[in-house]
Ligand binder design. Structure first.
Ligand SMILES: [Zn+2]
Length: 254
């Protein structure tokens, strides 16, 4: 929050998740080996990509000049490492209106005129079918409103980018009359996770870019990116070991 006080509220929230199919990972795997079993390769390549992403944002100014940023990498209990960035832009580059949002954030499936990018977006940037299509989806399993997707997908069709009453951006999602078969369901623009075309083409992975809006969002995001991670302590014992688990010794050893 000290950064917000000093530099103003963040303008963009960026999440990048590593892609197990990045050639830099695949090329290192032995025959029959899977990326999920080589977290050492995945972590190394992810770090290189993370530095490259930081360079794009901070040095190459893809979103304009940056006055401050903060990021946190998460290694979850399962799945691939990912990073969350909060970016504060300098005055003169602030994103103030829907026309500014459209410069950097898109939430639509590209047309057939751009087959490579279209394939990238269909592969990485479509929310999993959930709600009525798949009530068992992980985004449906949360305490508050278990009948609705936690991330509120599918979004509504929106002819032009706008800001809703709560101050959240609503990105343009035109009803193009087209849907694409994704994991056995037909999905359209309402299911696209917002992205930045340039960065997505460069990094070929899940790379979510969104505009930060109200102070409320800021507080939530700072808490979210600093929420820390889970830890576990475990040991492997022989079944025949008569001593079993010595909890006192474990506690003392820390
Ligand atoms: Zn969902």
């Amino acid at each position: 929050m000290a950064r917000v006080h000093r530099f103003g509220k963040p303008d963009l929230f960026v999440t990048m998740t590593s892609n197990a199919n990045w050639p830099e990972i695949k090329d290192q795997l032995a025959l029959g080996e899977e990326a999920q079993n080589r977290p050492d390769f995945v972590a190394r390549v992810f770090r290189a990509k993370l530095l490259a992403l930081k360079k794009q944002i901070v040095d190459k100014h893809v979103f304009g000049e940056v006055s401050a940023y903060v990021y946190v990498v998460e290694f979850q209990k399962r799945g691939l490492p990912h990073v969350h960035f909060l970016i504060i832009l300098k005055d003169g580059y602030k994103l103030k209106c829907p026309a500014n949002y459209d410069k950097f954030v898109c939430a639509e499936i590209p047309t057939m005129a751009n087959p490579a990018l279209r394939a990238t977006i269909l592969k990485h940037m479509m929310h999993d079918p959930c709600g009525k299509l798949n009530p068992e989806c992980s985004c449906m399993k949360h305490a508050k409103t278990p009948v609705r997707c936690k991330y509120e997908y599918p979004k509504s069709f929106t002819p032009t980018t706008a800001t809703n009453i709560a101050g959240y951006p609503e990105y343009r999602r035109q009803d193009a009359g087209e849907s694409v078969l994704i994991r056995k369901h037909l999905l359209d623009n309402r299911w696209v996770i917002p992205y930045n075309l340039y960065l997505l083409a460069l990094f070929d992975c899940h790379l979510n870019v969104e505009v930060c809006s109200t102070m409320h969002v800021v507080k939530y995001l700072y808490k979210y990116i600093y929420k820390g991670h889970d830890k576990i302590s475990f040991s492997v014992k022989d079944n025949d070991d008569p001593k079993g688990v010595d909890e006192i010794a474990q506690f003392q050893s820390g």
